[in-house]
Design a protein around this ligand. Sequence first.
Ligand SMILES: Nc1ncnc2c1ncn2[C@@H]1O[C@H](COP(=O)(O)OP(=O)(O)OP(=O)(O)O)[C@@H](O)[C@H]1O
Ligand SMILES: [Mg+2]
Length: 268
Amino acid sequence: MNASEDPIGPAQSAPDAQAAHQPQQAQSGALLLDVRGIDVGYGDTQVLWDVSLDVRRGEVVALVGANGAGKSTLLATISGLLRPWKGEILFDGNHIERMSAAQIVRHGLAHVPQGRHVFAALSVEANLKLGAYTRRAGSSRAIAEDLDRVYHLLPALFERRNQLAGSMSGGEQQMCAIGRGLMTRPELLLIDEMSLGLAPKIVDDLLGAIDAIHRQENLSFLLVEQDVQIALERADRGYVIENGHTVVSGPGPELLTSAKVRAAYLGE
Ligand SMILES: Nc1ncnc2c1ncn2[C@@H]1O[C@H](COP(=O)(O)OP(=O)(O)OP(=O)(O)O)[C@@H](O)[C@H]1O
Ligand SMILES: [Mg+2]
């Protein structure tokens, strides 16, 4: 796709701090995501049992656990890719457990799936604009403003806006996938295994970008991480999931010092 074929049109300008900043109106601390008693699985195989979790507005919540524990399954259920067998999911007070994934995105909940899927043969900017197709308000002017906002939050994407996404490094592709999620104007961003396979320096950069987005936009995050240390030291709160059950939850730094977590995940 080149700019002239693009139905949305090219971005008008470089990032502009004034235009990019859109302060959150909603009150911090109110319940945003409320997952209650979820059972779910694939075919006849149950993967999650009675899983509950919540995210308050403005919080960064980490979900940690071993391979196969059910972390991605839980995110897929929240974002409408899987139907729960039992339980309820409320987002900003609305039941979303029977909504389609597209409806859920329009309610302000975006999911960056595991494996940072970007469209390799499209430019960074085209990838970002694809995120905008699923959003709520879709005028080309609003989309151009949001593109500026995302470039302001993630300046590395602005520098690489014309580069093919498939030619970028793993960390840059992860940033592009996060940028695409931001283009949906989310209130809550679910990110699955952001740090997987990335060098520590790149992970630090990405976490720094998330911190900045969190501070500037009061966006809420639910971060799934296998790297328990990384996740819990940053999070306001964390949940540990083991074999499809939530086993412990609490403030991130407190969980990090819990004997159970240290024994299970940090080899102590
Ligand atoms: N599409 C699917 N069909 C059948 N079983 C699946 C499917 N996706 C996942 N599973 C199974 O569900 C269980 C939980 O998988 P899930 O991907 O949710 O775990 P995870 O905690 O995200 O693991 P990882 O850390 O490896 O990403 C595993 O036993 C897995 O084999
Ligand atoms: Mg997973």
